[in-house]
Design a protein around this ligand. Sequence first.
Ligand code: HEM
Length: 447
Amino acid sequence: MTETHYLERPDNRNLRQIPGDYGLPLIGNALSMAANPLKFCDERFKRYGPISRFAMGPSHIVLALGPENARALHLDVEKNFSSAKGLGHFESLIGGSLIMKDFEAHRFQRRLMQTAFKKSSMDGYVDHINAICAAALRPLPGSGEFHLGDHARSTLMEIAAQTFTGVTSQGSESAKLKTAFEVFVDGFTFIFPINIPGFRYHRSLQAKKYIAGFIGELITEKRHNNDGDILAHFCRELDENGQYFSDADIIENFVLLLFAAQDTTTASLVNACLELGRHPEWQRRLRDEARALGKETIGQDDFEALPSYSLLFNEVQRLHSSVPLFPRRSINACELSGVEIPADTVLMNAITYNHVMPGWWTEPHKFDPDRFERGEHKQHPFLFAPFGGGAHKCIGMHFAQMVFRIFLFHMLSGHEIQLRPGYDPELQYLPMPKPKDNLPIRLVPVD
Ligand code: HEM
């Protein structure tokens, strides 16, 4: 009898032998996990240890906590963990992209992105990013209060339209494209895939169709011109047989970029501004470094002279991980932290919990970017891993940090971030961590 291929097999739901519980009927542990994954993981860790079972709606999942389990799932030396099946929920939105491919199929597609994220290619994006951030941040509306979450998101959508596709901000084309990007990304919060007009999931599929049509029309032209945007690099990339990648590969990986890049980087900026508002001494430190450069704009070669920006980025990712959890599915039975895991079991590691896990960090919940100068994160290679590791490690990690630094450089060079007096927001954790009210701030000019 031939064995069914792992991609064709259903999830294993029988986890009774693993410590844990499935929460409430129908919804399982979904509410407590979504309300505060850090608290949820901490309670499970203290009660059941690093491996426990839980349920999110109909899915039965193993929570595999701690840096050692992160290493096992990310490095996957025995090729036993599938990213494609771990992310099966998103099949219809990003199913054709590299994050949902395993092993050889993944390696083949990752090549499509390699040139777009080389340092030399990224130098080509810097002028656009500087210009968009400077224009978006310089004269903010009457220095009154505004919501940084909305402002950062629309600025990043503008950056995506220009650096990802080469479309400039003039004209209705750009506005339509940015709206489609936003609608597509919003769809990823669906619980049930209800493909009926009026539902977010349906709107997201429609937006994907629009984006696919728009991108599809540009491919042939971009293969033969010298454009320097990310799509142009995708279009000109050759596979290992010297052939262009198919239009479908280009489109699927382009839409993945929107999902992977936009809200993750927006959340980093929003949470950075929250922490900077609470810690004005860090604003001064960043401003002093920026002014010492004596420049109007910055590029990758200036980043070494801005060390506090890197410390801040790391501390923001540690306290407010943009990707709080990452999933995989086992292919064969295996063992994690001494517990038997059956084949076809969905597993999750909580990056966000590893970043504050008891026993590793001094005062884990305190904002202290200098802990990275002291090397606290170096105790284990997967203790601090906001961008993952192994074959699926974030390909846009330098791009994200470039946007983060340039945005804050323009914001802080001439302004101070002020929060409302006594501001203590309610936080949302999933799908992205940020204040629920989108962070109202004021930018006050400083000499
Ligand atoms: C603060 C911002 C970001 C964070 C924290 C982040 C984090 C991550 C993580 C943890 C993964 C691995 C997921 C896994 O192993 O299952 C990942 C993958 C990925 N990221 Fe990012 N990301 C960020 C921004 C970006 C940006 C700006 C881009 C592109 C412009 C990007 C593109 C990707 C892609 C394409 C993948 C899939 C890689 C693969 O499967 O080989 N990310 N990201």
